[in-house]
Design a protein around this ligand. Structure first.
Ligand code: ADP
Length: 480
């Protein structure tokens, strides 16, 4: 099966979030399922630098104000189609904005162009290439499906994946005339959204199937509390909605050979974690003692529930835990966490910044990781925690709810628990979950059973890729 993926980001070339990880990992895992993927990506400077330019497979003399070509490249096992349109994508800054983080004013045009070219390729623009299915990621690629729907590729099966419904690509009605879509597309069942144009909305409307990155998030986005205005549309399409959790790169995240650790370990050598723990204590200025050492590794934002965490820190310390906190984000939250560290010197340590290596060390040395998110489409840190024997203590939402088995009495008795869950947005519930964890921690055998159970969980891409492949096959079968 041949799949055309259309994506605004792909690891390792360009990444601002989890979408890039999925777009980069899925094709490789799918290849083992007999699915071959070509990924259409914008020719950002980082992409152009990483690839060897080859002969144009297709030329556009005038694509939204400039010349553009599509050429093929292979990087890190990925089969890419690069949309080289310098007037749209070859700019200093990030994929969506300038170096100061301000969005490019013509983002609507840039990602309309990506969508137009995606649909054109689906329609046979590259000679000899006829994808069986088109898979687009997030609002930036979503317009592909609108162009397909009103063009020659309307019979080609399609999938849209929503990585975070908070980002929707909404623009004023004034751009519609420049999109090159037929007039009938400016309607409720087309691209029209609250009087303007909605890219994600258009994709959700036109896709044969909608996926999001966990089953619980798939349920949540059908409700007003999580649907961000799209819950009505998503509810109407519930029969075509699927939740498939992300995997992680189990080579990069392998505690046995991780170069960021002081000591590698496996489920059989959990004792080696002690060296990592000592190193975390040192880095965060914490006292050395036998009390549980919990960590937080997160963007410091409202979504992640860091305000809830900050409001409970005094109670958590009083309950007997030490905390190592790594993150960056909202200035007020950074300040609150630094103040807590000053108040509880030796018991709470806060490092502001983004430090990939330190995050590995923390997962390999701390006893548990706290994740109090208000919403979490999938979440990765709990998966790293499972793999590294760092027991996840998570808010019961989205992918966190789907990937952690709560240590209730039945799960503990059966020896299947892998972590702790609590009601989101509640400081009391968070404190209660931490106290439950402290109680289990006091029984070191029970604790190491939990660690080992988590380390046994399959958090690789293998199972998820099989689910995507099944979905693709069912859609292609529906066509014929
Ligand atoms: P989101 O993508 O919403 O931020 P995820 O849990 O899906 O949340 O992914 C976050 C990723 O970023 C994880 O790989 C996590 O380890 C990493 N991360 C977040 N903050 C930091 C930080 N300050 N330093 C290092 N890694 C971080």
């Amino acid at each position: 099966m041949q799949v055309l993926a259309v994506t605004p980001e792909i690891f390792p070339l360009i990444k601002t979030g989890g979408l890039a990880d999925v777009a980069g990992a899925l094709p490789i895992a799918l290849a083992r399922q007999g699915v071959s993927t070509r990924s259409l990506v914008p020719g950002y400077p980082t992409v152009l630098k990483a690839v060897k330019k080859t002969a144009a497979l297709h030329r556009y003399p005038a694509l939204h104000g400039g010349e553009a070509v599509v050429f093929a490249a292979t990087v890190a096992g990925l089969d890419l189609l690069v949309l080289d349109a310098p007037h749209l994508f070859d700019r200093v800054g990030g994929p969506y904005g300038d170096t100061t983080g301000v969005d490019w004013p013509d983002n609507w045009r840039r990602f309309a162009a990506l969508g137009f070219v995606g649909a054109d390729i689906a329609s046979g623009a590259i000679s000899g290439y006829h994808p069986d299915l088109v898979h687009v990621h997030d609002w930036q690629a979503a317009l592909t499906l609108a162009y397909m729907r009103y063009g020659p590729a309307q019979a080609t099966p399609s999938v849209i994946t929503v990585h975070n419904l908070a980002f929707q690509g909404r623009f004023g009605a004034g751009i519609f005339g420049e999109l090159g879509l037929p007039a009938q597309a400016m309607s409720l069942d087309g691209v029209e959204y609250y009087g303007g144009v909605g890219y994600l909305k258009a994709g959700l409307q036109a896709a044969w199937a909608i996926t999001t990155v966990s089953p619980t998030y798939a349920d949540e986005i059908r409700t007003p509390a999580f649907g961000m205005g799209l819950d009505g549309l998503i509810s109407m399409r519930v029969d075509d909605l699927h939740g498939i959790v992300n995997g992680i790169d189990v080579e990069v995240w392998n505690p046995a050979v991780d170069a960021s650790l002081k000591a590698g370990f496996s489920a059989k050598t959990l004792k080696n974690r002690t060296a990592n723990r000592a190193s975390v204590e040192e880095r965060f200025g914490l006292v050395h003692d036998d009390s549980p050492l919990f960590c937080v590794i997160s963007r410091l934002t409202w979504q992640k529930g860091i305000d809830v965490l900050a409001s409970t820190l005094d109670e958590l310390v009083a309950a007997g835990v030490r905390l190592a906190i790594l993150g960056s984000g909202d200035a007020a939250l950074e300040g609150a966490l630094l103040a807590a560290a000053a108040r509880h010197s030796g018991r709470v340590g806060t490092v502001i910044g983004y430090d990939e290596g330190l995050s590995h060390l923390m997962q390999g040395g701390c006893d548990a990781i706290l994740i109090p998110s208000r919403f979490e489409p999938c979440g990765l840190t709990q998966l790293y925690g499972l793999r590294y024997g760092c027991v996840p203590i998570v808010a019961r939402t989205g992918g966190l709810a789907d990937t952690v088995i709560d240590a209730n009495e039945a799960a503990l008795a059966a020896g299947v628990a892998t972590g702790f869950q609590f009601m989101p947005e509640s400081g009391d519930a968070l404190v209660h979950a931490v106290k439950r964890a402290i109680a289990v921690y006091a029984d070191r055998t029970a604790w190491s059973t939990m660690q080992k159970q988590g380390m046994k969980a399959d958090v690789s891409w293998h199972r998820s890729a099989a689910k995507y492949a099944d979905l693709y096959r069912s859609l292609v079968a529906r066509r014929t």
